[in-house]
Structure formats: C-alpha cells, structure tokens
Design a protein around this ligand. Structure first.
Ligand SMILES: Cc1cc2nc3c(=O)[nH]c(=O)nc-3n(C[C@H](O)[C@H](O)[C@H](O)COP(=O)(O)OP(=O)(O)OC[C@H]3O[C@@H](n4cnc5c(N)ncnc54)[C@H](O)[C@@H]3O)c2cc1C
Length: 460
C-alpha cells in the first residue's frame, strides 16, 4: 500500500510558519505557505531582527563611551550616522528574509504571496487560489496595540515598526511602556545619544521580570541619565510644533521630539475566517491552542504570536514544528514553557531560564537562591564592567538547578550553561565542578554554584 502525500497549508510565513514548513517538507508533505508581507515575518522584517541590529550598534556606542576608561584616546565624541544606521538595518532584514525564502524554496515548499483565510473544512483561500489541505496551520502573528488618543503618525508619534523610516536620531525620545520592548529601545536610544524619558505605568520598569534584575536595570538607566517616570500612565500623545506632548493621568505633560509607543500587541487574525471556521479565541482575540498547537477545530493548528502563548520567535518556531510533527503522525512532546530561555536586550542584558524567584516568594515552590554580583569577577574588572549579577535557584532537597537569571553583557550567551543545567536536571554540585575558563564571565556561573553548595537560607 502506498500512503498518499499529506498536504499542508500554512497561513503566515514568520518563524511560526516557515519553521513549520521546513519540518513538514522534510517529512515528505506537500507544503504551501501563504504570506502577505515577506518570509521571516514581522520577526525578521520589523521586530526582532531590526531591533537586535539596532542594539548591536548601540552596544558598540557603549563600548566607545567606555573606551577612555580602558586607556583609549578616541579623539572626540563618537556620533551616529542615522541614515547609515537605518539603511544597514533594513538591508540586513531584507537579506535575512531572502535567505529564508531561498531555504524554503530549496525544500520544495510552494509560497503564495497574498492574504490567506480559512475557507471551509480542509480549504484555504488566497485571492483566487484555493488550496486543499489535510492540515492547516495559522501563524499570522500580531500587531502593535494602538492606544486611543495616541495614534502613531509615522513621523513623530511612532510604533517600533516605523522607527527605521526615520532620517534622524530622535533628539528627545519619550518611550511609553516599560515592558521588554520599551526597555530595550529606551536602553538602545540612550546609548546612541538620544535623551530618553521612559514612561512606566507600574512601580518599576519590566514589571513581569525578576525583581532584582528589573531594579538593577532601572538603576543603570537612571545613572546613565535616563528619566524614568514610574506610576505614570500616558493618556494621550499629540504633535506640537516640531515635537510631541505626552499627557499623563496625573495631568503632567512631558515634551519631547518623538514618542515611541510600546504598549503591547494584538493578534493579527482579522479576515482570516476564524469565526466561520469555528476556531475559538480567548477574550483578547488570541487563538486558543493546546500544548501540541491544536485549535478547537480538528485539522486546524495555530502557532506563534497569534496564539499569545509566549511572544518569542523561539516559541513560535517550536509551536509550528510541534504542530507539523503532530499533524504528520510523528512522535511529539507537548511544548514546555517552563524551560524557555529568554533575554531582554538592554545594556546589560537580562537573561532568564526556568523557575523564578517570584514563584519561590509566592510559596509555589521552595528553593535556595543565590545572587552573585559580577563586580568581583576578574574578567568583568578587566573589561570595566561593574553592573550585573548571576542568580541561581536550586532545589533544597536534591540540589537540582531549577532556574537562573544572568544580568551581564551578552547574558544571552551566558545563560546557555544554566539552560543546560535546568534542562538536564544537573545539580549545583555538577555545575560547581564544571571547568570554566579563567578569566571569564561564565566563571561567575560556576562560582555561584559553588557558593550555593556552601550554604544559603531556604526561601521561604
Ligand atoms: C521589537 C520586538 C523585538 C523582538 N525581539 C525578539 C527577540 O529578540 N527574540 C525573540 O525570540 N523574539 C523577539 N520578538 C518576538 C518575535 O518577533 C515574535 O514572537 C515572532 O515574530 C512571532 O512569530 P510569528 O510567526 O508568530 O509571527 P510574525 O513574525 O509576525 O509573522 C507572521 C507572518 O504572517 C503574515 N500574515 C499575517 N496575516 C496573514 C494572512 N492573513 N495571510 C497571509 N499572511 C499573513 C505576516 O505578513 C507575517 O509575515 C520581538 C518582538 C518585538 C515586537
């Protein structure tokens, strides 16, 4: 008996969609991807890749600003060439999208440019084209939320996707929203030379993150001259002459040259035919999925930001792959969100994995917690790095590493050691006995493990 080739239709070509397409094609399926804006999605074209490229330049500026202390005479103030900066970023994003397009084509995937929608059981429509499929994946991403009274105009009042069309560096940037995106851009633009005001509706920046890390980064921001307005909700943003005015809920008005709005995301599912197909969404409109990416409709899967599960490219890609493994009858492990490594690309970076101290303090789990400042690390001293720390959480009974936080330059790289420990259930002792290079920042990870072996009070 010959099994017929399974047909897969994917709406959306971001990490959720194109990674799924690659897996499905490798498993022998006939795959069609419908995408409206370019493969790689918002991740590659407007969000993750451009922002991280901008941050690479801002990191270089930070290094240049520290150069004097390292014994380098720079002969003047380094400044940014905005046109070159933004051109480099958009070129890089487009090149990355082209690479993905070539890779997907090489696997024999059909790509249809256009808007896709569910059009009855086992059917997707894209313009005039009708695609029959045994399984469908919806991976349409999300859009920046618009604050009523603060609608972006693309010139002075901006969302992050409009930044790269600017021809200048904002002289006086007001960032509204102090979540991950707001904190990253505030940090980057300050390093690039903008005067930055960060408007946060909460007590502190990064309210969802490790409290020590968030307070640490807020201290760094303030020390470097950023104005951080805590407990300040922005009510409206308007243009005035050649600048902007942000009105806060206590009546104060903050003026600047530009305002960047980072107030969350909404699912991009309008016109996708979800209602007619009977696909359930939650109160905020995100598609409900289980841990193998199934929606409420048999044969229809969803992945990535449109599910609101955890808005990271790595999670979108994993959800998409899992959907395909499941749809094509492969062995599959349901997604585990407690093992997702994540980084906030501020300077210094904040990288996290596994159990949080918040869960420990809330009494959900007991753990030993140890925090080791980076300032005592010899490599940090050599590099002139004074900010940052390594925090490890371990099980009081077994000594198994449950989680960690690294605040450091390139914490996104350093966290891998802790990630492996968490994933592989290594003990504090095993991590402590592992060789780290001398001198290295990663030496602080093994040193933290050694200190955790000595003694730390149990919390709570
Ligand atoms: C500023 C910023 C920085 C970020 N940085 C990081 C980071 O450093 N690391 C990280 O892991 N994550 C990061 N993220 C999150 C990451 O970008 C998203 O989680 C990721 O893009 C989600 O992928 P996706 O496939 O779900 O959606 P998307 O990347 O949004 O792709 C969806 C695609 O679907 C297409 N589409 C939508 N509707 C239709 C339709 N009806 N028909 C056809 N095509 C359609 C869109 O054109 C798009 O190409 C960042 C996000 C932001 C906002």
């Amino acid at each position: 008996m010959t099994l017929s080739r399974q047909r897969i239709a994917i709406i959306g070509g971001g990490p959720g969609g194109y990674e799924a397409a690659l897996v499905a094609a490798q498993l022998g399926a006939e795959v069609t991807v419908i995408d409206s804006d370019g493969l790689g999605g918002a991740c590659v074209l407007t969000d993750c890749v451009p922002s991280k490229s901008l941050i690479e330049t801002s990191n270089a500026m930070t290094l240049l600003n520290r150069a004097g202390g390292l014994g380098i005479a720079t002969g003047g103030l380094a400044t940014v060439n905005p046109a070159r900066l933004y051109q480099r970023i958009t070129d890089l994003a487009r090149a990355q999208s082209r690479d993905i397009t070539a890779r997907v084509a090489a696997e024999g995937v059909t790509v249809i440019p256009g808007h896709g929608r569910l059009a009855g059981p086992g059917m997707v429509r894209a313009g005039e084209a009708e695609i029959r499929a045994d399984a469908i994946l919806v991976a349409t991403g999300a859009l920046p939320r618009v604050l009523p009274g603060a609608e972006p105009d693309g010139e002075r009042i901006l969302n992050w996707r409009q930044l790269y069309d600017l021809t200048e560096l904002p002289r006086d940037l007001i960032v509204v929203g102090s979540g991950v995106t707001g904190a990253e851009f505030a940090s980057a633009y300050q390093a690039l030379g903008s005067r930055v005001t960060l408007v946060s509706s909460r007590d502190r920046v990064l309210p969802q993150e490790d409290e020590d890390a968030a307070s640490h980064i807020e201290d760094v921001f303030r020390r470097r001259g950023m104005t951080v307005l805590g407990r300040s909700r922005a009510l409206s943003v308007r243009r005035e002459y050649d600048g902007v005015v942000v009105t806060l809920d206590d009546g104060r008005a903050v003026t600047g040259s530009h305002c960047l709005l980072t107030v969350g995301m909404i699912p991009r599912t309008e016109g996708c035919g979800l209602d007619d197909a009977g696909v359930k969404v939650d109160a905020r409109g995100f598609i409900e999925v289980d841990r193998v990416s199934r929606t409420s409709v048999p044969g229809v899967y969803a992945a990535g930001d449109c599910t609101g599960v955890q808005m990271l490219a790595s999670v979108a890609a994993m959800q998409g792959r899992i959907a395909m493994w499941h749809a094509l009858g492969e062995a599959v492990h349901p997604i585990r969100l407690d093992h997702v490594a994540a980084t906030i690309f501020t300077d210094p970076e904040i990288a996290t994995i596994g159990m949080t101290q918040r869960a420990v303090t809330a009494g959900e789990v007991s753990a030993r917690v140890l925090k080791l400042p980076l300032a005592t690390n010899p490599r940090a001293k050599m590099a002139g790095v004074t900010d940052g720390f390594v925090k490890l959480l371990s099980s009081p009974g077994t000594g198994v590493i449950l989680g960690g936080v690294v605040v450091a330059p390139r914490a996104s790289e350093l966290i891998l050691a802790v990630s492996i420990a968490v994933e592989q259930r290594l003990t504090v002792e095993q991590l402590a006995q592992t060789f780290a290079v001398y001198p290295s920042l990663s030496g602080s990870v093994t040193e933290a493990a050694r200190k955790l072996m000595e003694f730390t009070p149990d919390i709570p």
